[in-house]
Design a protein around this ligand. Structure first.
Ligand SMILES: NC(=O)c1ccc[n+]([C@@H]2O[C@H](COP(=O)([O-])OP(=O)(O)OC[C@H]3O[C@@H](n4cnc5c(N)ncnc54)[C@H](O)[C@@H]3O)[C@@H](O)[C@H]2O)c1
Length: 321
């Protein structure tokens, strides 16, 4: 059966979170996006004003990102935006790089930015740059580092997905996928590392790969996407090897299936996946973007100070079977 979905699809839509729960998890009382988000907000509920944030003691001080400046590519929405909010909650100043048009005042990005400013005493700034544009990247990231006099980290979340059988893949589509998901990650990490090396400053990077960089997904036909994520895993190891001498740590995060508007759309096109995807991992359910908040803060903070060249796979046990 042909399962071609031509064209590049976004992995998720508004804020990357399908909050309506169109996918029925198969195990009893699993968390929902709402419950995870509510818990995260409750744990930071003392953050009603800037002084409260400043006086709050972190559970473990090594997880604090206070005064750190972090770039998040692909943070205009989805996983990158959720991680940007988590980094701000840990104290970081966050600069997002994305190719989406500048966010409107009523966008999810604007709401997260307002929370950063009004509740968390930090900031979230948007930069309209395509990760395939090395000049734009280097100029923007140099300006960020100049403004703050430092640059501490990167979460590279910008990426695209395309589901097309290998027999039908065009050279143009393959080049576009690899150009964003691999070359784009390299160029972003390079621009950030150049500022760190120039300033003789240590730092940390988390590149968003996927469990699909390790396994071929049963019933999900995206050969070049999976190859691109395998390349991100190997790129992470090589950047870690090259930049360890500068005190720059580089690790990858490999998420499993995340519930997003895009995956909800796939379930409409291929209803059998509502059961087969959750059944493919040990927890019997899909994940939500909020379940990766801790991973980003861990990898960007001193809590992971001896960790580099590693992959943090968070897939409900999908690849362990
Ligand atoms: N959703 C999933 O199930 C899943 C699973 C594993 C890994 N991932 C990875 O997580 C990351 C985020 O995915 P998401 O689900 O939030 O998707 P998303 O489509 O909601 O977010 C991706 C963001 O990257 C930006 N982007 C894309 N191309 C760009 C470019 N050339 N320059 C600058 N920005 C660009 C998009 O505008 C968007 O804001 C991706 O790298 C994806 O491969 C997602």
């Amino acid at each position: 059966m042909k399962r071609s979905r031509p064209g590049v699809s976004s992995l998720s839509a508004k804020n990357g979170v399908a909050r309506t729960g169109t996918v029925a998890p198969t195990l009893a009382t699993p968390p929902t996006a709402k419950s995870i988000h509510t818990t995260a907000r409750r744990l930071s509920s003392s953050t009603s004003s800037t002084p409260a944030v400043e006086n709050r003691r972190p559970v473990l001080p090594e997880f604090s990102l206070k005064d750190k400046v972090i770039v998040v590519s692909g943070g205009g929405r989805g996983l990158g935006l959720v991680q940007s909010e988590a980094l701000m909650e840990a104290g970081a100043t966050v600069h997002v790089i994305d190719r989406l048009p500048p966010p409107s005042e009523d966008s999810d990005f604007a709401k997260v930015a307002a929370r950063g400013r009004d509740e968390l005493g930090t900031s979230l700034t948007y930069h309209n740059v395509d990760v395939r544009d090395p000049v734009g990247l280097n100029d923007t990231i140099a300006a960020i580092a100049d403004k703050h006099g430092r640059l501490d980290g990167l979460v590279a979340a910008a990426g695209v997905q395309q589901e097309t059988p290998a027999l039908e893949y065009t050279a143009e589509d393959a080049d576009r996928m690899l150009g964003i998901n691999v070359t784009g990650v390299l160029l972003t990490a390079q621009a950030v590392a150049r500022q760190m090396v120039k300033r003789n400053q240590k730092g940390s990077m988390a590149l968003i790969a996927s469990m699909s960089g390790t396994v071929a997904n049963r019933g999900l036909i995206c050969p070049v996407y999976n190859a691109s994520k395998a390349a991100v895993l190997q790129l992470g190891r090589n950047l870690a090897a090259e930049w360890g001498q500068y005190g720059i740590r580089v690790n990858t995060i490999s998420p499993g299936y995340i519930v997003t508007a895009m995956t909800a759309g796939l379930f409409e096109a291929f209803p059998e996946r509502k059961k087969s995807w959750p059944d493919a991992n040990m927890l019997g359910r899909l994940s939500y973007p909020e379940e990766y908040r801790g991973a980003a803060v861990f990898l960007l903070s001193d809590a992971s100070s001896f960790m580099t060249g590693s992959d943090l796979r968070i897939d409900g046990g999908h690849c362990a079977w």
